[in-house]
Design a protein around this ligand. Structure first.
Ligand code: ZN
Length: 195
């Protein structure tokens, strides 16, 4: 599987594959402590030209900032000891989302090399997108855990809109492997011919 630095993940996913719109980026913090309810916590990733930065904790006294440098994938935190402690109880992953068409991409968990101060390149975990052509709506779920793509195809014809969607289980169709959404739709259509 292809692996990405934080910068490459941002470049590979933008603009939005579905609508060419602007995406927003986040790092999602999953609290691993059993007493905490497993609710992923989305922290906005502020992307500038040289680095991306998030506030892991905001407090009156001292927050906890994490910065990732684009050129090297090295990271810096405002309090190294606190950040190491944070990582003991949290897993972090990258997330992109489109406000316009609701497409979403998640990376796998980020692996921080604390001794050397860099993040290992990371693969894609999940992608979800809905695409339209003249006739259909394609809801596409790429899932690397299950190593498959699930596609639901629903007609846009109002008269037939209550008919059951076609469901396909396919080999993984990563979005970054396709130049345009029409290429991806064509590939799906090709599979429907043989299903
Ligand atoms: Zn979009």
């Amino acid at each position: 599987m292809k692996r990405f630095t934080v910068k490459d993940f941002i470049l590979a996913t933008s603009p939005c594959f579905g609508c060419r719109g602007k995406l927003s980026y986040a790092i999602v913090c999953v609290d691993l402590r059993p007493e905490i309810m497993l609710t992923p916590n989305y922290k906005t990733l502020v992307v500038s030209s040289d680095y991306s930065e998030i506030d892991l904790k905001i407090s009156y006294n001292a927050g906890l900032k994490l910065r990732i440098y684009h050129k090297t994938n090295r990271f810096w935190s405002s309090n190294f000891k606190e950040f190491s402690k944070f990582l003991e109880s949290h897993q972090l992953y990258l997330h992109t989302g489109c406000d316009k068409c609701q497409s979403q991409i998640d990376s796998q968990y980020l692996v921080f090399n604390l001794a050397k101060g860099f993040i290992l390149p990371v693969g894609i975990s999940k992608e979800h997108i809905s695409l339209l052509d003249n006739n259909n709506i394609y809801s596409i779920f790429n899932d690397t855990m299950r190593n498959e793509t699930r596609v639901f195809i629903k007609t846009r014809d109002m008269k037939k809109s209550l008919s059951t969607p076609t469901y396909l289980k396919l080999p993984l169709l990563f979005l970054h492997k396709f130049k345009t959404k029409n290429q991806l739709i064509d590939k799906i259509k090709l599979y429907t011919l043989f299903s």
